[in-house]
Structures are given as C-alpha cells and as structure tokens.
Design a protein around this ligand. Structure first.
Ligand SMILES: C[S@@+](CC[C@H](N)C(=O)[O-])C[C@H]1O[C@@H](n2cnc3c(N)ncnc32)[C@H](O)[C@@H]1O
Length: 196
C-alpha cells in the first residue's frame, strides 16, 4: 500500500520537515540520528542538512528510493535502510536522537516499535515522537480513523520510564490547508532526553 502511494505522486508528504520536528530539534547539538518509518525522509534529510549523521528506515522500497534521490538532489549524505519496524532493532543506545513521526500501528506492534526506539537513545540523547493524537478522531482533521493506532502524550510518557527527562509532552494544533479551507489537526508531540 505504501509503495503504491509513494509511486503515485511526486511527493506524498511536505518537502521540508514536519513543523514540530523543526521547532523541537533545531537547537539540538548534531550527532547520530535515526528516523524510523521515514517515508520519503523529509525529516531525516532536514537533519542531515543541519549536520546530523542521519539514517532513514522504512519498509517501503519506493519511499526509500525517493529519499535517496531527494538526498542526492539536496547534496546531503543519508544512510537508508529498507526494513520492517516490527522486526528491525535499531542499535541500543546507538543514537543521539531517535524520531518516530506519524507511525500508526496496532497496539502490540506500536509498543514493540516504541520500546525499541526508546532503547536506541544514547545517554544524553533525545527521543522525539510526533503523531496523530487520539483526540484528533473527534476534534481534528485527517489522520487514521481507528482509535487503536493513534497516540497520546500520556501513553508515551509512561513508556519512557525513569531515566528520561520529559521536555515536552502535549497535544498540539497543526494548521492544515484543505480544499474545503483551513483545518486544525491534533498531534501528539513528545520530546524527552535520556539522563546521563
Ligand atoms: C504517515 S507516513 C510518515 C512518513 C514520515 N515519518 C514522515 O513524517 O514524513 C508512515 C510511514 O511509515 C512507514 N511504515 C508503516 N509501517 C511500517 C513498518 N512496519 N515498518 C517500516 N515502515 C513502516 C510507511 O511506509 C510510511 O512511510
């Protein structure tokens, strides 16, 4: 389904990074980062442009192929991996920033993927998640229409455990232009730093 979607249009997501990713990560010291479920890698490519050693992982070979082409066009180095997040294990404590952006999986898979993503954060590094919030179903525009796959700040903070300092955990408004006029989407936004 994702391969077909990525093959069908020039660019499925925005050309630049997600607004919350840019806002929360722009002042962080560059290091190693991994974007899990990167798609066309709009976020990972932006990190690479900011001087990060960026890796983009997605199970859509078409999405990753586009990511490589865009990275070439932008003249940045990007490491890409075609892999299924439900079995892929990012290097534990291997990254200064781990990003999950709009990855919506059923509960069991989501827990597995989130736990591995959290475990991949190095001491002093950051975990960043942006996704369609559970409240978006009733109060926001777009996104998946199944409550099971949506995220919430509380769920995320509970998964982080004691060795993380939560910097931001909120439901945030994202303004979107649609054919019917401006709309607001409700996003879960969580940034946390592993202590040590
Ligand atoms: C809504 S898109 C978000 C893409 C990107 N994170 C962004 O914000 O632009 C969801 C992405 O997750 C990927 N994805 C979904 N399930 C996956 C899985 N089990 N393993 C790897 N990638 C997955 C899809 O291929 C798609 O690229």
């Amino acid at each position: 389904m994702w391969d077909e979607r990525y093959a069908a249009s020039e660019l499925v997501w925005s050309a630049g990074p997600n607004m919350f990713v840019e806002e929360l990560a722009r002042d962080l010291e560059p290091g190693r980062m991994i974007d899990l479920g990167a798609g066309e890698a709009r976020n990972a490519i932006w990190f690479a442009e900011q001087g990060w050693d960026a890796t983009a992982v997605d199970f859509s070979a078409v999405g990753i192929d586009k990511a490589n082409q865009i990275a070439d066009r932008c003249e940045v180095d990007l490491t890409t991996v075609v892999a299924d997040l439900t079995t892929y294990v990012p290097e534990p404590e291997g990254f200064d920033l781990v990003l999950l952006a709009y990855i919506h999986l059923p509960t069991e898979q989501r827990t597995t993927v989130q736990d591995r993503a959290i475990a991949a954060v190095a001491p002093g590094g950051h975990f960043l998640l942006v996704g369609h919030d559970a409240t978006n179903l009733e109060h926001g525009h777009g996104g998946p229409q199944s409550a099971e796959v949506l995220t919430s700040p509380d769920e995320l903070v509970a998964s982080l455990g004691d060795d993380f300092e939560v910097i931001r955990a909120a439901v945030a408004d994202r303004h979107v232009e649609t054919a019917e006029g401006p709309r607001v989407a409700k996003d879960t936004v969580v940034l946390a730093r592993r202590l040590g």
